[in-house]
Write a protein of this length. Structure first.
Length: 197
């Protein structure tokens, strides 16, 4: 179940937005946020919002729960799994509160909620991964190392994405965060299976 959920995360969270970005000629994945694919007026907004953001929010929560259920329990693991749910909040929020065209910092009420809920996931994920890394040190050093590296990548990507000077690569920076954490979840599912199998 954990591996299946993580595979579906990659399909809905990586492959779908990549395909929709290719189909929209005016969309530049290097400088455009993923949320712009689901923005008001975007050509495939409904597909992105209800075939991408919504299932990713649900699948991430399921995968985080399975990660906790299948791992040796301790307080750090619980904290990490709980913080990972922030990413579900962000994705579910994106499916309900669509950003305005261009996903500006300020805009409609929907844009304001979109921004607020989005930040929850980006702020919660690095410490979540750090907690999981620390929790895994004693029994799964590869998962621990991968979690620490992913936490660092997510932190760097978020800082870059939020920097006005990096507006021309903010889409790439966001993908370095979101896509990396989906592949991390897939690797975690495989590593936990390998250790417990």
């Amino acid at each position: 179940m954990h591996i299946a959920a993580s595979v579906l995360l990659i399909l809905c969270g990586v492959l779908l937005p990549s395909a929709l970005g290719i189909l929209w000629a005016e969309y530049d994945p290097a400088s455009s946020y993923l949320s712009e694919l689901g923005a008001s007026g975007a050509p495939h907004a409904a597909i992105m919002n209800y075939g991408g953001f919504l299932p990713v929010g649900i699948l991430w929560a399921l995968a985080a729960t399975m990660l906790y259920a299948r791992s040796p329990k301790n307080g750090l693991l619980l904290a990490g799994a709980f913080l990972l749910l922030g990413n579900s909040v962000s994705y579910l929020g994106a499916s309900i509160f669509h950003c305005d065209a261009g996903c500006p910092m300020e805009g409609s009420g929907s844009q304001a909620m979109h921004n607020l809920l989005g930040v929850i996931g980006y702020l919660a994920t690095p410490p979540a991964l750090a907690c999981i890394g620390l929790a895994s040190l004693s029994h799964n050093k590869l998962l621990a190392s991968l979690s620490f590296l992913t936490a660092a990548a997510c932190l760097i990507g978020f800082v870059t994405m939020a920097s006005p000077e990096a507006a021309h690569i903010r889409g790439l920076a966001q993908r370095s965060v979101d896509f990396t954490q989906f592949f991390w979840m897939f690797a975690a599912a495989l590593l936990i299976k390998q250790k417990s199998g």
